[in-house]
Design a protein around this ligand. Structure first.
Ligand code: NAD
Length: 489
């Protein structure tokens, strides 16, 4: 039975004005929630309300520790509803509950981190070069917009909402059309935590309507976007016309390197986790594994054993490692990629099909899939698949390895498995990626900046400096000269 939900828009809980649509549980295709999509007029209403609300003493007048107190309460609100939120996110995008629990915990941690950053942030007293005192303060940019994808909603949204609020901005969030739930629940928690009306609005619905209207809105002073590279490029073009800053967290085709001296047990576990957790629906999925030729056979054998043992199935079970893909249409895309891999001469080692059996019949399930025999130049190794598909590529020479890893339009993340710390440093410095994991993979910390290079993105999220992304710096000169300025004399 599908639940009808409303959104928080301009300080009111209400239906948006666009057509009603339905979200589905990827496990069995059953309806989950029905809601109205936001129109450009709804976006305008949310932005105008945010612009009014951010100037009121109830927000603009708060001291930093008072803003921080609201953020701490949001963190507590998330924790107090942790299990409920984890289950809601599971229904939204089909991720196993073990994973959604971690995402919820991370969202709470994000609000706590930015609360602490907010109340301990120091403005700058810069060294004077004359008879004056100089200081530089950070002021909120104004009303900002966030646009998020469907793969890890609560974490992506927290990473944008928390620093924006910490900076003193108001924010309008456009979640992915098919996973609107987490943003709406975050807004409910924020509202209950005492965030003034209008400071946070959620505009669910289509990117081409609500997302586009948000980017174009003249009062929107910044867009924080996470999603695909092509959509990000379009947003950057519109932002250029407005001279508006953007941060773009985009796609990836991340290489994982297994060196000859790697601990193979650790490397196998790491590569499995890197590509198959979240069913590969992860921007940082380690989708190209470069394995040194001297350990290739041994690695391949152990990896395939590991793949066959993965527990694919019902995301409501804590033991499940891989749930369904987010939708049937996304599974169609993965299937097209696997066909492409075959046509490019790839040898399918495992997977390449939907799992059989009644448990999988109605869901958008796909088996973990491994190819070998593909060149790094193959489209399969160049294009982002965003699914559970791994290409194994043997390597011999380090310089050639680095050239192949970097032969990609993307530059989001990479992994290196080796016992040689000097090799790890040398290779890590040579890789054109925003993150390098050494003898681990896919670990995240809110205190460590994250983002891509090349077509994986622009700007960084997370880290204390994440607040500055939502601030404009204003510098003051305080004259200390006893005499008038000499020029006009
Ligand atoms: P997407 O680009 O299709 O959509 C992302 C968001 O943009 C959605 O909310 C969508 O409605 C909106 N959108 C679409 N068209 C728009 C437009 N014209 N104007 C404004 N907004 C628009 O991406 P997706 O399919 O939801 O997510 C998958 C992609 O996200 C993958 O490429 C993945 O790599 C990327 N991603 C990147 C990161 C990162 O941190 N680098 C994290 C997660 C996902």
């Amino acid at each position: 039975m599908s639940e009808s939900i409303q959104t928080l828009l301009g300080g009111q809980w209400r239906d948006a004005s666009g057509p009603r649509y339905q979200t589905q549980y990827p496990h069995d295709g059953s309806p989950v929630a029905s809601l109205h999509a936001a129109t450009a007029a709804d976006v305008d209403e949310a932005v105008q309300a945010a612009e009014r609300a951010r100037k009121l003493p109830s927000w603009a007048g708060l001291k930093r520790h008072e803003r921080a107190a609201i953020l701490y309460r949001i963190a507590e609100g998330i924790r107090s509803r942790a299990e409920d939120l984890a289950q809601l996110q599971r229904l939204d995008n089909g991720k196993p509950v073990g994973e959604t629990r971690m995402l919820v915990a991370s969202a709470a941690g994000t609000f706590q981190f930015f609360a602490a950053a907010c109340e301990t942030w120091e403005d700058e007293l810069t060294p004077p070069r004359g008879d004056y005192l100089t200081m530089s303060v950070h002021e909120p940019l104004g009303v900002v917009g966030a646009i998020t994808p469907w793969n890890s909603p609560i974490a992506s949204e927290a990473q944008k909402i928390a620093p924006a609020l910490a900076a003193g901005c108001a924010i309008v969030v456009k979640p992915a059309e098919i996973t609107p739930r987490m943003a709406i629940e975050l807004a409910r928690i924020a509202h209950q935590a005492g965030l003034p009306d209008g400071i946070l609005s959620i505009v669910p619905g289509k990117g081409s309507i609500a997302g586009d209207a948000l980017v174009r809105h003249p009062l929107i002073k910044r867009i924080a976007f996470t999603g695909g590279t092509e959509v990000g490029r379009g947003i950057a073009r519109l932002a250029a016309d407005k001279l508006m800053p953007v941060s773009l967290e985009l796609g990836g085709k991340s290489p994982t390197i297994v060196c000859a001296d790697a601990d193979l047990e650790h490397a196998v576990m790491g590569v499995l986790f890197g590509i198959f957790s979240s069913s590969g629906e992860s921007c940082i999925a380690g989708s190209r594994a470069f394995v040194h030729e001297s350990v290739y056979q041994a690695f391949r054998e152990r990896l395939l054993e590991g793949v066959r043992a993965l527990r694919v199935g019902d995301p409501s079970l804590s033991s499940t490692q891989m749930g369904p893909l987010v939708s049937r249409s996304h599974r169609d895309t993965i299937e097209r990629f696997v066909e492409l891999g075959r046509s490019e001469g790839g040898v399918l080692l495992t997977g390449g099909a939907r799992p059989a059996g009644p448990a999988y019949e109605h869901g958008s399930y796909y088996l973990p899939t491994v190819f070998e025999g593909l060149s790094n130049q193959a489209r399969m190794c160049q294009e982002e698949i965003f699914g559970p598909v791994l290409a194994l590529i043997p390597w011999r020479d380090e310089a050639d390895l680095i050239a192949q890893c970097n032969d990609s339009v993307y530059g989001l993340a990479s992994g290196i498995w080796t016992r040689d710390y000097k090799a790890a440093w040398r290779i890590g410095r040579a890789l054109e990626t925003g993150t390098v994991w050494i003898n681990t993979y896919k670990l995240f910390s809110i205190s460590t900046p994250f983002g891509g290079v090349k077509q994986s993105g622009v700007g960084r999220e997370k880290g204390r400096r994440g607040i500055l992304e939502y601030c404009a710096q204003k510098s003051f000169y305080w004259g200390l000269n006893e005499a008038p300025l000499p020029w006009a004399r």
